[in-house]
Design a protein around this ligand. Structure first.
Ligand code: 7RM
Length: 649
């Protein structure tokens, strides 16, 4: 362990579990331990049955090939199409007039698509992509605000068998460029601009220069969302509205192999370069389809709202593929919770009669701070189930959510998972599992999770260790795009044959998992994963900066607040002006979410004798703790000087 808490004993004796309310239990998908028992008896037979729930063009001849760990294959020789599973089969089954996607814009505008209508839009956009030369296996980058076209574009890619790479709309043009270069996308789908708290933010126009550095991009398809002006580049830029007006409304879904790539999603790691997490077709869809059904207790009349952006894995799996493959109505909102007023989310729940609401602890902590009188002013009686994802939820926030949003009636599913896992891994089943606020409870049926010590042995109850997954699961990442070595080193080297999550955790005497957050240098800022190294690389590439160390200071609302310690080059003076400049420099390199909250200049960074920056010390200073062991420090003077500076602020 890198941490000073090694060996601590935890217990939850003070926790009184919340039982599933009878009314919920009696109407739920599962209300006994049958799924757990089925999977325990034979994990593979369980996944086999889960896969049977999808439409396969050709059935698999073997469930899994695990002979070449860590390169697992699932549903060998199975053929299917993701968009056909999310759309066509529901229309064929008589759900054509059911709402598939409901959208509300920041301005209060609203659009709804039935399954028949969404299928038509997806077919049209598939034709557009095909006409532009996009084929099976080609990469398409999608950099968009939260509008229906983002989802239509994703589904159209899956219909053709093109690999989508959705880049979060809040990432900067430079971050977009890096991801386009890595994936070698031919096409970029983007917008003229995005609405943000009543203002418009330019998108395409802001990316103009960076796109010049992307030789793979042949065409840019533009959704005109805000009317923000941009210079149209001849022979490259095309309007979405014009393109779809010219094409047919049918497009036959392409039969994809279960192991054909479905999408790449870039995620922060411990180096400056983001990792291209690769998911494949069959296993991913089986995993998100089954977890959506059982974790969110799918019911025919649900209106499901996951507040994530489609640019994150939560959006991929539980706005798009999980809900739609189950024939659910999925709701999306373009804006933020505090515009035009702080009751915007509750207004939407009231207006659309949302039944299942899935959000992040950072949002819940903001709602708490704004006050319970705000949700109290709206009718939330349509809600029946709540979810949490993205970081550990503190019991105080859990209890507030349960009382003030769920009114004591709604179970909360605290779902632990990662971009890499593709699907929810540790979670309650809401009609079955007694809930303990702050615990993600137990592994989903078929998931072989454990907490282990340095040597890979299971820890005793209450003993802190590392969270690992000991057997493969269908929606697991298959590799890092064009970087097998990094895939092996990051996830499979710590414990051979076992997937290393990078999270610390402990189990209690009832086998409940308590996740404690990352053990590596990845920060969690408002539920977004940001690598300390990414921010450090952005800082050191500024001409005034010699060296930088970035830490996450514990923050009440955001989880972590980014704090940077910077040494400047000879002769450069550190002043407020430069602080501002560096903050905006990082914003430009990565995106506003990665802007440091505080920057401190120091003549040296605290380092070990081997030259490793001691971020732990900086964290202790930032959080005003007694400093731990400093004996390995190269120059003890440095700490005194940093402490002085820190105190000045
Ligand atoms: C879904 C998502 C993954 C990291 C993961 C954890 C943290 C996510 C929870 C959680 C405690 C949770 N994917 N995390 N969910 N920690 N309880 N319910 O967020 O790739 O962006 O982040 O997020 O540290 O490793 S992610």
């Amino acid at each position: 362990m890198t941490d000073s808490n090694h060996g601590d004993i935890f217990n939850d004796d003070h926790v009184k579990p919340f039982m599933p309310p009878d009314e919920f239990k009696n109407n739920s998908q599962v209300n006994d331990d049958s799924l757990y028992r089925e999977a325990q008896k034979d994990r593979y037979a369980f996944w086999n049955r889960m896969a049977d729930g999808l439409d396969w063009i050709q059935k698999w001849d073997k469930l899994i090939d695990d002979g070449t760990s860590p390169y697992f294959k699932w549903f060998i020789n199975g053929k299917l199409n993701v968009s056909a599973n999310c759309l066509d089969r529901h229309v064929e089954n008589g759900l054509g007039n059911k709402k598939a996607l409901v959208f509300e814009g920041e301005q209060g505008d609203s659009v709804e698509f039935t399954y028949t209508e969404l299928l038509k839009e997806v077919c049209k956009f598939s034709n557009v992509l095909k006409n532009l030369g996009v084929n099976k296996g080609d990469a398409v980058t999608i950099w968009m605000p939260m509008v229906p076209e983002a989802i239509i574009a994703m589904l159209a890619c899956t219909r053709i068998g093109a690999i989508h790479s959705v880049v979060f709309g809040g990432f900067s043009p430079e971050a977009l460029k890096d991801r386009i270069l890595d994936s070698k996308s031919k096409i970029l789908v983007t917008a003229d601009g995005a609405f943000r708290r009543g203002k418009t933010i330019p998108m395409l126009d802001s990316a103009r220069e960076e796109l010049e550095k992307c030789p793979s991009i042949e065409k840019v398809i533009i959704i005109e969302r805000t009317g923000t002006p941009y210079n149209k580049k001849d022979n490259r830029d095309l309007l979405y509205s014009e393109l779809i007006a010219e094409v047919g409304e049918n497009f036959a879904p392409v039969a994809m192999d279960a192991e054909d790539p479905l999408f790449i999603l870039y995620s922060s790691g411990t180096t400056g370069k983001p990792k291209g997490i690769l998911h494949t077709t069959g296993g991913y869809l089986v995993g998100v389809n089954a977890t959506f059904r059982y974790v969110f207790d799918h019911r025919e009349d649900d209106i499901f709202w996951c507040t994530a952006d489609v640019g994150w894995i939560t959006g991929h799996s539980y706005i798009v593929y999980g809900p739609l493959s189950n024939g659910t109505t999925t709701f999306i909102y373009e804006g933020t919770p505090d515009y035009p007023a702080r009751d915007r989310f509750w207004e939407l729940i009231e207006k659309y009669k949302i039944t299942v609401f899935y959000t992040a602890p950072t949002a819940i902590r903001s709602f708490m701070r704004w006050g319970s009188h705000i949700p109290a002013g709206r009718d939330l009686s349509s809600l029946r189930l709540l979810g949490s994802v993205g970081e550990p939820i503190n019991p105080e926030a859990w209890l507030w959510y349960h009382e003030h949003i769920g009114k004591g009636r709604c179970p909360i599913v605290d779902t632990w998972w990662q971009t890499e896992t593709g699907m929810i891994m540790i979670t309650p089943l809401p009609g079955v599992t007694p809930l303990k606020p702050g615990s993600a409870t137990k592994p989903f049926p078929g998931i072989d999770a454990d907490v282990v010590d340095d040597r890979g042995n299971s820890t005793e109850p209450g003993q802190r260790g590392f969270l690992v997954i000991k057997s493969p699961w269908p929606a697991m990442l298959r590799t890092l795009f064009e970087d097998q070595e990094r895939y092996e080193v990051t996830y499979w080297k710590q414990y051979p044959g076992i997937y290393f999550t990078g999270d610390g955790a402990w189990k209690d005497k009832d086998g409940y998992f308590w996740i404690m957050g990352r053990v590596d240098d990845v920060l969690n800022v408002s539920g977004h994963r940001i690598g300390t190294m990414e921010v450090e690389s952005a800082l050191v590439d500024h001409p005034s900066v010699a060296e930088a160390a970035v830490i996450g200071k514990v923050h009440e609302i955001k989880g972590h607040a980014i704090t940077a310690f910077v040494t400047l080059k000879e002769g450069v003076e550190g002043n407020d002006e430069l602080v501002k400049e560096l903050k905006s420099h990082v914003g430009k390199r990565i995106g506003a979410i990665a802007r440091p909250e505080d920057i401190f200049f120091t003549y040296e960074l605290p380092k070990t004798r081997s030259g490793k920056i001691m971020r732990r010390l900086l964290r202790d200073i930032a959080e005003k703790r007694e400093l731990g062991d400093v004996t390995t420090l190269m120059d003890p003077q440095v700490v005194a000087s940093i402490k002085d500076k820190y105190g000045e602020k």
